[in-house]
Design a protein around this ligand. Structure first.
Ligand SMILES: [Zn+2]
Length: 184
């Protein structure tokens, strides 16, 4: 395999594992000339899958497109390209397993959304807001709130003690009395 950095055609496989339920093999390689590492994927040669788009036009399935979409959603988030490549390869393997010839963009979008949800909530919301084409802000919030709710609940646990301090009940009448006094 030609090294993407120095173009030398000599490398050593340093790690090799199967992904997507054994449909593909991911190999980490180390270039023997420059020492840099790169990754290759080996997969079964099968008939291509066709993606049916929302407007009913068709195009050939592309893992690169899935990866590009994920990279865009994860922009400026602290997520390694390696993780995204693995996710894209897993999604591709699943689609080839579950769909014989054609697959809709809806199915692909849901898989990408699920993968992003497990990686980074901000990336997921970014992706969902484009892909789901939320009709209004309420539909968008309905998707967003369950993702942030756990954090809000944890913060709320600390609130009651502060909101109701012991002996604080006499304060309002004191303030009201002071206001009444200044008014007369
Ligand atoms: Zn090299």
């Amino acid at each position: 395999m030609q090294c993407p950095f120095c173009r030398t055609d000599e490398d050593r496989v340093v790690d090799s594992r199967s992904i997507g339920e054994g449909n593909a093999i991911r190999r980490r390689r180390k270039c023997l000339a420059c020492g840099k590492r790169f990754t290759t994927y080996e997969r079964m040669e099968v008939q291509p899958r066709v993606v049916i788009k929302k407007n009913s036009t068709r195009e050939s399935f592309s893992r690169e497109k899935i990866l590009a979409g994920m990279i865009k959603a994860c922009e400026k988030r602290n997520i390694s390209l390696h993780d995204l490549e693995n996710q894209a390869a897993t999604i591709e393997a699943e689609i080839f397993e579950q769909h014989d010839s054609e697959v809709s963009t809806k199915v692909i979008g849901e898989k990408v959304g699920d993968a992003l949800k497990g990686i980074d909530h901000v990336a997921y919301v970014r992706f969902a807001s484009v892909y789901r084409e939320f009709k209004d802000v309420n539909a968008f919030l309905a998707e967003l709130i369950p993702l942030v709710r756990p954090r809000i609940d944890v913060q709320d646990l600390g609130q009651p003690a502060l909101a109701d301090p012991p002996g604080g009940t006499s304060e309002p009448s004191g303030v009201a009395g002071a206001l009444g006094a200044s008014g007369s």
